[in-house]
Ligand binder design. Sequence first.
Ligand code: SF4
Length: 480
Amino acid sequence: MASQPQNFDPITGLKPSENCAVVGYYGTSGAFDKLYVSLRTLQHRGQEASGVAIFDGRRVNLLKVDGYVFEGFRPYIESGQVPQGNTGIGHNRYSTAGQKNLTGAGPFLISTSNGDMALAHNGEIVNHNALREELKEKGVPFLTKTDTEVMLNIIAREMKLKGTRAGLRSSMDILKGSYSAILLVQGKMYALRDPMGFRPLILGKVGNDYIVASESSAIDVLGGTIIRDVDPGEVIEFMDGTYTSLIKNPSPRLSHCMFEWVYFARPDSIIDKQEVYDARLKMGMELAKEFPVTADIVIPVPDSGRTQALGYALQSGIEYSEGLFKNRYSERTFIMPGENNRDTAIKIKLNPIKSVVEGKRIVLVDDSIVRGTTMKRIVGILRNAGATEVHVRIGAPPIISPCYFGIDMKTRDQFIALNKSMEEVAQIIGADSVAYLSMNGLMKGIGMTERELCLGCLTARYPIKVEGELEVRQATLDQA
Ligand code: SF4
């Protein structure tokens, strides 16, 4: 995330951002309709651009559009010009690696000796720059600076040299980082998940057809049934009307991104067998146990803090109230540089409900805090509306370090929590107190251990070697 963002969403714009949704549909009729519905369902994972790549029985056809799924595809749907075919893949983009334009949006499509090959990818390949240079040396041309284009070319090269299974297996050894990806090779489809399972990927059935998606909610909305998660390190092949687990290559130490449960994923999704809503509710309950406060009402920062706030209220017995009205009709993104304009922007989007707030001691709950600038404005709004005390409670431990695995948090200087006590943060944002959920509380909420989760941005120790950063294993050895 740039330190001076031009596109400023007063509520979510300064939160960490997700970097994509992927969907694959292996079916017997109209893949576009299913991909369209799934991509709309997964719009929260990326709003910059969307695309589909669909096999028409002879070749793979690509359609990419800017912005929201329903807006971008509308002219093509209205004119009946959508790609035809029964099997295809789709992608919503939030860019974290490479340029932010339609060329850099997924899916990527290349023509190979194995036929047309398209790839939709969620995650981030940490060694993509080195791999791109290596491929360029061999004469491979690149249209973009994205990691997905590198990934697709590596897979194409390895499959050509070694065949499907061995080629995909060796690609997994070469590609370091996070990927939940769907590959289309003519009419065959492959679902790939990196050995540590950073990003979610789930398999389901819709009638006699199969679907793979970033989140289970996309399967629900199509009226489908969940079969299971794609396992970390697994490649599933879809051909001849069925699916087969082609490769099983899990890492002994898993690294599911804890932020999927904290903030990114939809609450109605189930990720790696843990329901997101349930995890958030428990995080809020743990937070109330760890950092109780005497107050009159618990209110959420809408919409991100809602479930954790409910958990806090249930556990503490303090009344839950909606003290902030979120204007759902204001634009998603404000292009309003300058501090004063940002104050106006947040007022357009969030307004206090005075009768709820006035004269009250408030527990204000959000799921996470990055820069603290938005939280500072919200605390100010509540005080101006007559709140007598504002105690901020955050449903995740402090973020202190960048993410290298697909979330748009790239520089250390943006984190308010880095090298600051809770008292210091409270002073900066003008709150009476600030407290974060502990690491133990987070793991209890999600229902996983540190050997199953990536906690890199919370601990500054990463599960994969990243240039200039400490690895989890290395940190353990250093402490021994
Ligand atoms: S570093 Fe943080 S945001 Fe990135 S994958 Fe790990 S837990 Fe998720």
